[in-house]
Design a protein around this ligand. Sequence first.
Ligand SMILES: [Zn+2]
Length: 414
Amino acid sequence: MKHSKTIFFSLLVALLFSSAAPEHEDWGFFGHQRINRMAVFTLPPDMIVFYKKNIEYITKHAIDPDKRRYIAPQEAPRHYIDLDHYGKIPFDNVPRRWNNALAKFTDLYVVTTNNDTLHLFGNDQMRYTKDSITINGDAVKRVFQKDSIKISTDRYVDFVKKNIANQFYELDWFISQDSLDTLFQTNYFAPNCNVAFAKDYLSNYGIVPWHLEKMLYRLTLAFKEVDEAKILKYSAEIGHYIGDAHVPLHTTENYNGQLTNQVGIHGFWESRLPELFADNYNYFVGKSQYIDRTNPYFWGIVLNSHALLDSVLLIEKDLTNTMPSDLKYCYETRGTQTIRTYCQEFSNAYHKRLEGMVEKQMRNAILSIGSVWRTAWVNAGQPDLRKLSSEMTDLEEEQINLEERKIKGRQHEN
Ligand SMILES: [Zn+2]
């Protein structure tokens, strides 16, 4: 079950890399915090003052969604999408709109008064196209005395939106029999069925691109209400999810190399490499942009990440096959612990062969976060943020401006 991904990965890290794990779960935190922090410097003048005042919050809370993964079962799928589960690039078979995806990837059952469970919608029982949905199978024969029934996709998506989408984070999803009768314009379900329920298989494979749209909506609303606490919370958290969407291994079922005998590669790419090399990256990414069409934009992020996946895996495999095995894993002391990790030399070689991929993805994530914050603010009608938050002290302001100048200054050195 994919819901146990996080737990599985933590255990793996614990087993492979350490005698006691908690410290190492923090590795990925470094990257997220830096990315969120740097995104502040991409903002336009009307926004940057507020974000600078709160830069410590935006940095610190970049990792809140990961912390939540251990306590909230619904959190995990928001961080990834196993695109390859659905086929191959460009994954045209995956609806880009949330309610359409939910309509396509949800099984709907009814239980008759005789206690027969009939599978009405979903996997193997239906053909989904942009315009129409055709359902078939035993349930259709029993209910309609026909081999198949066709309804318009819009009609069913609307049904899903009204009757299913709002239950997404519930453990069990129930649908009223009346609503099914309304959908089919029948009088069958209410008198003949005890219960109707649904179960999606979408959340097993991750929902990050759709969740980004939801987060953007929440952030936009927070700006409209000029609700400072919410603006900060959603800014920090959408930054996290955007960061995750830029990691190639967050777009595959083979998320930790477990299908290709490369276990540990997830933390290697997203934590070990930044830890070793990110201090020398160039974080001057220019100015944030307004995003016209956010749905294709978010999908573009995960599709681009997925396109990098082959290199991430193949280069590691090639190095493992060509470098002496005792150069791959080394022991390092962290505090009082000795841990097994990828050797510096192996990491150097991998990082070099990736030709700046980690840096580029971090830079893309930074620009993307700034652009998404900006888009939410613009779509909310550009509320005045100057009256929010207490003023910084001169010293704080000077320090942040110095940090900004350093980032921008590096640009000229390069
Ligand atoms: Zn995450």
